[in-house]
Design a protein around this ligand. Structure first.
Ligand code: ADP
Ligand code: ADP
Ligand code: ZN
Lengths: 249, 249
């Protein structure tokens, strides 16, 4: 079968491309993408994040990026975070971060392709692709056109979320993208006053789901108000966690 | 300007069409759609829900609907919940609820149009349209093709969510859809043991945001494990709340 995968441009030497997907919005894909990138960066790898959530881009805000991308010959240059992670996102190109991108499928898909073909990422060990919710144009184009080595799937405890996440897992399998691991996010909440652990969104089902889908469980993350706050302040790199610190993908 | 709005088919007499949108996934659009429909039904209105989240449909699971839609002449018949709310969703038409719908924009948009032109809703006072996250094909088609009377916007306290929700607000305004009200969901969590109220996702900003956008604040809803559990069990209609009980839209 003729590979639809787009080749790397002349400026890039990207060793691995990892997708982060959930199917269901709001489970924490962008947060997991950020923490995974930070964990790999701390281990000494060169890391980039391609924010493919064109209509709901959160990455620049989480890292507090306000600079506009520069140019290098015919390419865009990614913007670099304080710890050295390279980022490209539509929100870096818009006049205001809350301007809507009202595009139909083919244009959205085209933008994702351009983030691969027209960006000078340089030498990168891991390029993490933060995918939007759903199983429409953008996830389909990313799986068909980007040379994804594998997919990390993010879920939360609700059965409702897991139903939709299983759609994403089935899609990855149908398109031949290996499933590298699963993260269960917002698994429980620890009361700051009395220390009680409450399963706000229901009992943790991460291990059970990973087992039934035959995927490695990478992390189980609690609901942590400190994470939400640092993301809102553009300081996610200050979040203290040992999640993803020993990950080998 | 030539109206692109699709006329009602011969079987339908739908008085009001209300969209529920957020832009950001996971803030609780489908839950608010369900609670709003239940509140209007309790006030004696005839209510329907058009689940336009084609790749992430949650409505049938929340109401525990497993029946397949029947036919009436050349139309599909919506499935009715235990309290009498009429529902149409792609998940009612799939063999398995976790099968992915891997469609590109034009097909997704076409499905939403068909839920309007090819479904015999009958006499309905309020048809609530649950929109998917993002500002792509489906929200755009819904705003251009369905005769939406207005939009209810759902947000959560995080500034990150609000940034993306403002994209949806700007899109509605650009397309001339009136904003009927805003709901802030997951606003705080009350510890079941010691009763402390924790702003898990940051301080409530619902009132401030509604004021700055010039929209009525309809409800502020807490994180309630009972809601998540009932939604997972298909029993959302058993959720006790006086939210949306006095709403007039
Ligand atoms: N474990 C967590 N604890 C607290 N807040 C979280 C957690 N994970 C995500 N969040 C917050 O929830 C919101 C949604 O997360 P995000 O990563 O944007 O989800 P997605 O990309 O799946 O839509 C963000 O504001 C984020 O800061
Ligand atoms: N106020 C709440 N308290 C507890 N759980 C909630 C609340 N609102 C939503 N949920 C749960 O969170 C998940 C996401 O909600 P959903 O309505 O599907 O969001 P969206 O439609 O915006 O993606 C669901 O499992 C739902 O049951
Ligand atoms: Zn407590």
């Amino acid at each position: 079968e003729q590979s639809l995968k787009l080749p790397q441009n002349e400026y890039n030497e990207i060793k691995h491309v990892i997708g982060v997907m959930s199917g269901k919005g709001g489970v924490g894909k962008s947060s997991v993408t950020s923490l995974l990138a930070m964990g790999l960066q701390k281990q000494g790898f060169k890391v980039g994040i391609l924010d493919a959530d064109i209509t709901g881009p959160s990455i620049p805000k989480m890292f507090g990026l306000h600079e506009r991308p520069g140019n290098y010959n015919d390419c865009l240059l990614p913007v670099t975070t304080s710890s050295g992670i390279k980022v490209m996102s539509i929100n870096l190109l818009l006049p205001n971060e809350d301007d809507p991108v009202i595009w139909r499928g083919p244009i959205l898909a085209g933008a994702v392709k351009q983030f691969w073909t027209d960006v000078a990422w340089g030498r990168v060990d891991y390029l993490i692709v933060d995918l939007p919710p759903g199983t429409g144009d953008v996830p389909l184009t990313a799986m068909q056109s980007l040379p994804l080595d594998g997919m990390v799937v993010v879920t939360s405890p609700q059965q409702l979320a897991q139903m939709v996440v299983r759609k994403a897992i089935k899609m990855s399998s149908q398109l031949g993208i290996p499933l590298l691991g699963m993260v269960e996010n917002m698994s429980y909440f620890k009361c700051p006053d009395c220390g009680k652990e409450v399963s706000v969104f229901g009992p943790s089902r991460g291990e059970q789901m990973a087992l039934s889908e035959g995927i490695r469980l990478l992390e189980i993350l609690p609901i942590d108000p400190a994470l939400a706050e640092l993301c809102d302040q553009g300081r996610v790199e200050e979040y203290q966690t040992d999640a993803f610190s020993k990950e080998s993908l």
